[in-house]
Design a protein around this ligand. Structure first.
Ligand SMILES: [Ca+2]
Ligand SMILES: [Ca+2]
Ligand SMILES: [Ca+2]
Ligand SMILES: [Ca+2]
Length: 330
């Protein structure tokens, strides 16, 4: 296994954090937002907390200042996302409040601090938020996976970082995660939803006006808990990958460019996967995957091979051990 040495490790301890997001925030440098049940779970005191650099660039020279942000009185904020929601060039934060059936939007003020949060009602038990421009007006909108309600809530941006009443889309049971991407290449943002109940991913093709066409379910590994959209085989069409909490593996479903997904190919990993991230981690130009295991406290990195041959390009291998990919389904 190849290992790259890192010059420096930065560690920030956030007790009980379950979600984490990082972003360069212009003059404020790097902002860190974290969330989790450990912050007073069940005591009505959970809130997103944030730290920011005191430097003026994201150059790896970091010092942290703890910012006490009381974003919400609700409990159990499970996920945070970072995006510029009001278009002022400064990154903002949106927190999904699992037990308050709401999201809280914290607008960044450009100096590492955030304005008082504004909370918007969504469906039952929102577990994760995805950010994209669903109505094509140039402002980023929000969608939540409402775990308890078998719904996805969509909140459209008014252009200033404010959001209207949530619209609801019915999906499969126990949606745990969702991601935005353009599955059919029409320029409109689409959604993919990881459904823990049926162990499937649902594709919702965006019409570009904030509405979606439901394309139905495609099976994944057992109980998907994380989901990403990226082009894993390099054919220009968006694909989907999910991380399973129930079957110790990552499923890759190749898109055909029309919004349809092929049969999942599963890759074995450590147990109880809770989240999934994509990126080119080894710099070879192909898309890789990283997933963390709640069961064994490990990080699995799956490096994409990206060959054009169909059989080869379905392969992803585990950076830490021999390839264990196997074809799923009949
Ligand atoms: Ca902003
Ligand atoms: Ca929009
Ligand atoms: Ca689309
Ligand atoms: Ca592809």
């Amino acid at each position: 296994m190849k290992r790259k040495k890192h010059q420096r490790t930065h560690r920030v301890v956030l007790a009980g954090a379950a979600g984490l997001a990082l972003a360069c925030t212009g003059a404020a440098g790097l902002a860190v937002a974290a969330s989790g049940p450990g912050h007073g779970h069940g005591q009505g005191s959970t809130r997103p907390s944030a730290s920011a650099t005191t430097g003026d660039a994201c150059d790896g020279t970091l010092s942290y200042t703890q910012l006490d942000i009381s974003a919400t009185a609700s409990t159990n904020t499970r996920h945070v996302a970072v995006a510029d929601l009001d278009g002022d060039g400064t990154q903002d934060v949106v927190a999904a409040n699992l037990d308050d059936n709401s999201v809280t939007v914290l607008l960044g003020q450009g100096d590492g601090t955030f304005a008082t949060g504004t909370t918007y009602a969504v469906g039952t038990h929102p577990y994760q938020t995805a950010v994209a421009d669903f109505d094509g007006d140039g402002s980023l909108d929000l969608a939540t996976a409402d775990f308890g309600g078998a719904q996805v809530s969509v909140l459209l941006n008014d252009g200033d970082g404010g959001f209207g009443a949530a619209g609801a889309l019915d999906v499969g049971e126990a949606p745990r995660a969702l991601a935005a991407g353009d599955l059919d290449g029409d320029g409109n943002a689409d959604l993919v939803v990881a459904e823990q109940g049926p162990s499937a991913v649902r594709v919702l093709l965006g019409n570009g006006d904030g509405t979606f066409d439901d394309q139905g379910d495609t099976s994944t590994g057992s109980q998907p808990h994380g989901i990403v959209v990226a082009d894993f085989d390099g054919d220009g069409a968006a694909d989907v990958a999910t991380a399973s909490v129930g079957s110790d593996g990552v499923s890759v479903l190749l898109g055909d460019g029309t919004g349809a997904l092929g049969t999942a190919t599963d890759y074995a990993t450590a147990s109880r996967l809770y989240s999934l991230a994509q990126g080119d981690f080894d710099g070879d130009g192909t898309t890789d995957l990283a997933t963390v295991s709640n069961g064994s406290n490990t990080l699995d990195v799956l490096l994409g091979e990206g060959e054009r041959d169909l059989r080869d390009r379905r392969r992803v291998h585990d950076a830490g051990s021999a390839r264990r990919g196997r074809r799923r389904g009949p």
